[in-house]
Design a protein around this ligand. Structure first.
Ligand code: MYR
Length: 129
């Protein structure tokens, strides 16, 4: 159900979340308008995700329940699992060990990705395209 191409539509509290992550203001301003697009291909419990943004293009392969590394401003290590129709990700920052949790769910025609880091919640909402 997550399969397809998703373009960022809007953010909720994402700047506060990035601030909590320790990202400086200049980067936060750029990242809030990063034109993020993700293309998700799921085959069973294997995922191939192509991420494009103003910053970079990246292809990631992971399997549900299997730990992998994701490198952005920070290196995160963790995994996704499926809980019903929801993807649940639990990751740890390699630099400080702190936990970042994230979920993906389809609601109507939107993919909603939620984030939590150290008590701050944010959302990024995507539409097909
Ligand atoms: C994917 O499924 O797209 C790849 C794995 C994503 C890992 C976790 C996403 C959290 C990214 C948080 C970025 C924080 C920058 C402020």
């Amino acid at each position: 159900i997550f399969n397809g191409s998703w373009k960022i539509e809007r953010n909720e509290n994402y700047e506060k979340f990035m601030e909590q992550m320790g990202i400086n203001m200049v980067k936060r301003k750029l990242a809030a308008h990063d034109n993020l697009k993700i293309i998700i291909e799921q085959t069973g419990d294997k995922f191939h995700v192509k991420e494009t943004s103003n910053f970079r293009t990246l292809e990631i392969d992971f399997t549900l329940g299997v730990t992998f590394e994701y490198i952005s401003c920070f290196t995160l290590q963790g995994s996704w699992t499926m809980d019903g129709d929801m993807m649940k990700g639990v990751f740890n920052r390699k630099d400080n060990g702190k936990q970042l949790t994230t979920t993906r769910i389809i609601q109507g025609d939107e993919l909603i990705q939620s984030y939590n880091y150290e008590g701050v919640d944010a959302k990024r909402v995507f539409k097909r395209g």
